[in-house]
Design a protein around this ligand. Structure first.
Ligand code: TRP
Length: 336
């Protein structure tokens, strides 16, 4: 191992800048990431290459990529302690993505549920990038030889395919890639839509009344919680099967306040849903207030953001370059 590389376990994850970051992105992902900075060597990036598998408005994509960086930092990802970068700045991602395409099977890629879902939703634009999305994601991951990849439940299949591709490559060429583990946090792992608790709180759909974005104003947050779907039992009790709406609100409240489900059930015993929903809304307002204020401040500081992503790209490239040159050598490319 190179002396510049630390001995801490490595973590890596990415989020596509294809929609606004939500309460779900924060509670399910970013907040957990921020807590690990001291114990892990962490890489987080804006997956802009992945974002264009669905048609994007260029100005919006650029704006959201920078906003996302500002929001990562506002959520507690300290750029001194974490490597924060923009995927397209590290060209090794696209290059290794191509190589891994040649080790990902048509059948495997066809079985990815995200591909099937997206193909159904974007019937007019089922492009090659959408199909080979998982090989690029495998490249994102394998370049950094991470131990863990924190992702939501919906991305687990992609991490499993990454492991299969890595094992296949290692089997042919000898030990090249570390085999990463998906890492799915328990609490807040899945924040569901407030209006349809059978669906994940989505970041991609515009103006969805079921989601809370990090930049939502307090009055909007309160209004959305007020309208959240519940059930007819009038009892605050955790049971995701029969009470998905209430259980989702309890998950959010637990993650926002640190209370356990038992404590929440006791706190709201005999209370109406109206009171409960207001309390959850207020807890979320307070949770997001500092994040919204800090993000708004950072997004105005273009020079600072630029210094962060330049530094991040440099640190990321250093590692990515070494993995890519090893791969190029193993597959038989002539060195330059
Ligand atoms: N596919 C992930 C998502 O939709 C984003 C992503 C891209 C990612 N590359 C990654 C996540 C690498 C983890 C590791 O959420």
């Amino acid at each position: 191992m190179d002396e510049k590389q630390s001995k801490k376990p490595v973590m890596l994850s990415g989020i596509k800048p294809s929609g606004e970051l939500t309460l779900g992105s924060y509670l399910g992902a970013i907040r957990n990431w921020a807590e690990r900075a001291n114990d892990y060597d962490c890489y987080y990036f804006m997956a802009d290459l992945h974002a264009i598998t669905v048609r994007q408005n260029p100005a919006d994509l650029r704006r959201r990529t920078l906003e996302q960086l500002a929001q990562y930092i506002a959520c507690g990802l300290d750029p001194q302690k974490n490597t924060l970068f923009i995927q397209s700045h590290v060209h090794e991602h696209a290059e290794l993505g191509w190589v891994l395409n040649c080790y990902a099977m048509f059948g495997e890629l066809s079985r990815m549920t995200q591909f099937k879902d997206k193909a159904a939703k974007n019937a007019e634009n089922i492009n090659g990038g959408l199909f080979t999305y998982p090989s690029l994601m495998a490249a994102d991951i394998l370049l950094y030889q991470p131990d863990f990849v924190p992702v939501g439940e919906d991305q687990k299949q992609h991490v499993e395919l990454t492991r299969d591709i890595a094992n296949r490559f290692n089997g042919v060429y000898g030990e090249t890639f570390k085999i990463p583990q998906p890492f799915i946090p328990k609490i807040g792992a899945r924040v569901m839509s407030l209006v349809d608790p059978s669906k994940k709180m989505s970041k991609s759909e515009d103006e969805d009344p079921g989601r809370i974005i990090l930049m939502d104003k307090p009055e909007d947050i309160l209004r959305r919680f007020k309208r959240a779907v519940t059930d007819s039992e009038a009892q605050v009790r955790f049971d995701p099967e029969t009470k998905p709406g209430i259980s989702n609100l309890m998950t959010i409240y637990a993650a926002a306040t640190g209370s356990s489900f038992a404590q929440i059930e006791a706190e709201f015993a005999g209370c109406g849903y109206g009171d409960f929903k207001r309390k959850v809304g207020e807890a979320v307002v307070e949770l997001l207030r500092p994040i919204r204020e800090e993000s708004a401040k950072l997004i105005r500081d273009k020079a600072y953001l630029e210094s962060v992503y330049r530094d991040g790209a440099q640190r990321a490239s250093y590692i990515a370059r070494r993995t890519l040159s090893k791969v190029y050598r193993k597959v038989g490319f002539v060195g330059l």
